[in-house]
Design a protein around this ligand. Structure first.
Ligand code: BES
Ligand code: ZN
Ligand code: ZN
Length: 491
């Protein structure tokens, strides 16, 4: 987790060999032209950019030779306002196309410190690459490359350190999620977070299968019982003395989802190593919040199991008992995320936190409804508005979906308290949310449920379409920055 060095300089001095100098492109009289920049442009000022195929549109880039063995990277500034979100994306576009370069110097217009921070954050996020499993076809890994912004709007050293912590935590999440399921299974995921927590002041406690049985975690055990690699529950807790609030995070950690006996078709199973993204995200969010020393108690519950097919798998229509005593008829073994989360939400409720947030690659229906850039957000109490505000601060996209109580009848079971799914039902994302809502406990006083937000990241956890902004292919680490912003909103 070495993170690249960030730097701010007030003005351009000279070109250094091998470095890339990033200059914007805008449209003037319907032609692409160079945007205002502090970078010296003498050698390219006269070039007709239309001949180079570069456009002013977002995502458009081109390289040109610069003096002294350096290069220019031209990037289209697009047609959105040049705000923090746009600059974060531009930083990412540039970094994604400069993975072979050891120094990147940005000469893009910024209006304040926040914009400079966003640009640098985007560059750090965009340069992420996962090379662990390349054999002969190694990718360049310039993890130590310098990233420099030329700007009068200099963030404080503390802000720069914050960006490095956040980007490293997103990368750590991406590394876990990109790791294939032959190496990443319940025990190894639990061990990985325990190892990462060393020296952070965060406590990690792991429930093995025996303790899960003794403590009544029938959801996690039921989902994991078909695998030769037994399930785990991991509590990751940061509890500073000056805590102003307590947030509980619950993450879906299915290290591989075959669907179980309600088996997935072959094509749908590809991508199911990503089904532990929620758990990796909440675990790493706690580590980030601890490293930032925010005055908030945060407890993450990573609910980890491998959903496999075998003679010991849960059968469709088996009934299991969740930690809070409710019984569930498992009509569809492929709706397994909600079963492990039911246990997680139950135990998270026991300590009466101020807010519970769960993060899960829960439903394919969320992607059908929202495409692949918006995370589905549901909840009650202050959950929805808290998460909307945090996501806006972080620059991540969420969309508020309803939890229509009328749909709850679809989950009625003839013999248990609730069924986990209903064949043929529509509104799959909402039914997932309604199911989870049943496992949120009550506030310490009165009869109201604890404030809660549910993030369905099935659309956004993994990018298998074209890269965009700072988002490359594969694991995105989505919502980690939103969870950090959420904790910051309490401090
Ligand atoms: N892990 C899947 C959801 C998923 C699908 C995530 C595609 C990412 C991409 C989840 O466990 C699942 O299979 N959900 C079912 C729910 C249904 C059986 C009620 C689904 O979406 O079909
Ligand atoms: Zn499933
Ligand atoms: Zn799943």
């Amino acid at each position: 987790m070495t993170s690249p060095k960030l730097n701010i300089v007030p003005k351009f001095t000279s070109f250094s060999k091998g470095a890339a100098y990033v200059v914007g492109v805008v449209t003037k009289s319907e032609k692409p032209v160079l945007a205002q920049t502090p970078i010296e442009l003498a050698s390219i000022e006269q070039v007709d950019l239309s001949n180079l195929g570069i456009k002013a549109t977002a995502e458009s880039t081109a390289r040109l030779a610069a003096p002294n063995g350096a290069i220019y990277l031209l990037v289209g500034l697009g047609n959105k306002p040049l705000d923090a979100s746009t600059l974060r994306a531009l930083g990412g576009v540039a970094a994604r196309s400069l993975t072979d370069v050891k120094e990147i110097v940005f000469g893009l217009p910024t209006e304040d410190k926040e914009q400079t921070e966003a640009l640098l954050e985007g560059a750090l996020l965009g340069r992420y690459q996962f090379g662990t499993y390349r054999g002969t076809n190694k990718i360049p890994a310039n993890v130590n490359a310098k990233i420099i912004a030329i700007s009068e709007h200099k963030p404080t050293n503390a802000s720069l350190a914050r960006i490095e912590i956040i980007a490293a935590s997103v990368a750590a999440t991406q590394d876990l999620v990109n790791t294939p399921a032959n190496d990443l299974y319940p025990q190894s995921l639990a061990a990985a977070i325990q190892k990462a927590a060393k020296g952070t002041g965060v406590t990690v406690e792991i429930w093995d299968e025996k303790r899960l049985a003794a403590d009544g975690f029938g959801g996690i055990l039921g989902v994991g019982q078909g695998s030769s690699r037994p399930p785990r529950l991991v509590r990751v807790e940061y509890k500073p003395k000056n805590a102003k609030a307590h947030i509980a995070l619950v993450g879906k950690g299915i290290t591989f989802d075959t669907g179980g006996l309600s088996i997935k078709p072959a094509a749908s199973m590809v991508g199911m190593k990503y089904d532990m993204t929620g758990a990796a995200t909440v675990g790493n969010a706690v580590l980030a919040i601890a490293r930032l020393q925010l005055p908030v108690r945060v407890t993450a519950w990573m609910c980890i199991a491998e959903n496999m097919v075998s003679g010991t798998s849960t059968r469709p229509t088996d009934v299991i008992k969740i930690r809070n005593g409710k019984t569930v008829e498992v009509v569809n073994t492929d709706a397994e995320g909600r079963l492990v989360l039911a246990d997680g939400l139950s135990i998270a409720s026991e300590s009466k936190p101020d807010l519970i947030v769960d993060v899960a690659t829960l439903t394919g229906a969320a992607s059908i409804a929202l495409g692949n850039r918006y995370t589905g957000l549901m909840g009650h109490g202050v959950g929805v508005e808290k998460l909307q505000a945090a996501a806006a601060t972080a620059g991540e996209l969420v969309w508020h979906m309803p939890l229509p109580a009328d749909l709850r009848v679809s989950l009625n079971s003839d013999i248990a308290d609730i069924a986990n799914a209903k064949f043929g039902a529509t509104g799959g994302m909402l039914l997932g949310g309604l199911f989870l809502q049943e496992f949120i406990g009550k506030k310490a006083k009165g009869d109201e449920p604890i404030d809660w937000a549910h993030l369905d990241i099935a659309p956004t956890a993994n990018n298998d379409l074209a890269p965009w902004g700072y988002t490359g292919k594969g694991a995105t680490g989505v919502m980690l920055r939103t969870l950090v912003a959420l904790a910051e909103s309490y401090s």
